[in-house]
Ligand binder design. Structure first.
Ligand SMILES: Nc1ncnc2c1ncn2[C@@H]1O[C@H](COP(=O)(O)OP(=O)(O)OP(=O)(O)O)[C@@H](O)[C@H]1O
Length: 219
């Protein structure tokens, strides 16, 4: 079992503190849901873990190994909020670059891949691109997967299907997922963390989400 830990993150933009008291861990075998209001710093935290955003301070480790950037040696993979797949390249070529050999059979038998693998990325709809982009990250060789808004642009029935895939993949990997479709996040996650006022807080009940101003209390 591997455990990713991120601690003591300090991030500010133009003198404004965004993150200041952050502790988050995720072990292989679990899905951790990350919630927070718009602008609370969820995407920033995922970028810091992956290694594409450098904060003033951070501690990041996998087991006893202290890391500078999660993406080194492919230990962490990241689905950004917006499409990351380049135009002009067939889906099958991208998939062969990203999907790990041990998952290839499972991935290449997915209906969505079979339907679209010969197309170039610009020939797909936003939702199709989102789904394929997420699946390629989930089935990559990385042990830790960060998903930023995987359910956005995805219909409810597809979201249910993806929750199943996320939970299956999480038997071998650790997954940190954030999305504003909080019911999907609650369904798919083994535990929940909210970012409020720059700090991470563990969530044990829906009331906690009201306390931390994530839900209004009428939900
Ligand atoms: N490159 C940047 N320069 C200046 N400010 C930034 C930059 N990136 C993010 N911010 C600010 O940092 C804060 C946190 O942004 P972030 O994207 O991490 O929030 P979020 O919780 O993911 O928001 P959302 O749920 O709306 O996607 C926001 O107030 C945002 O305006």
């Amino acid at each position: 079992m591997f455990k990713l830990t991120v601690d003591s993150v300090e991030l500010e933009f133009n003198g404004r503190k965004i993150l200041q008291d952050i502790y988050l861990d995720c072990s292989t075998g679990e899905v951790v849901g990350l919630l927070g209001r718009n602008g609370s710093g969820k995407s920033s935290l995922l970028k810091i873990i992956f290694g594409v955003l450098t904060p003033t301070h951070k501690y990041l480790s996998i087991n006893e190994d202290v890391l500078d950037k999660g993406y080194h040696k492919n230990r962490v993979a990241y689905l950004p909020q917006h499409n990351y797949l380049p135009k002009g390249i067939p889906v099958s070529s991208l998939a062969k670059m990203l999907v790990a050999t041990e998952y290839w059979n499972e991935f290449s038998n997915l209906e969505i891949y079979k339907i679209h693998h010969r197309k170039k990325t610009e020939q797909l709809s936003g939702g199709e691109l989102r789904q394929l982009g997420m699946l390629m990250i989930l089935y990559s060789r990385s042990y830790f997967i960060l998903l930023d808004e995987p359910f956005t642009h995805v219909t409810p029935i597809q979201a249910d299907y993806f929750k199943g895939i996320i939970n299956t993949v999480a038997k071998n990997k650790g997954i940190i997922v954030t999305d504003h479709q909080y019911r999907n996040i609650m369904d798919v996650s083994d535990r929940l963390i909210v970012i409020a006022d720059g700090c991470t807080k563990p969530i044990t009940s829906t009331e906690d989400l009201v306390t931390y101003n994530y839900l209004s209390g009428n939900n």
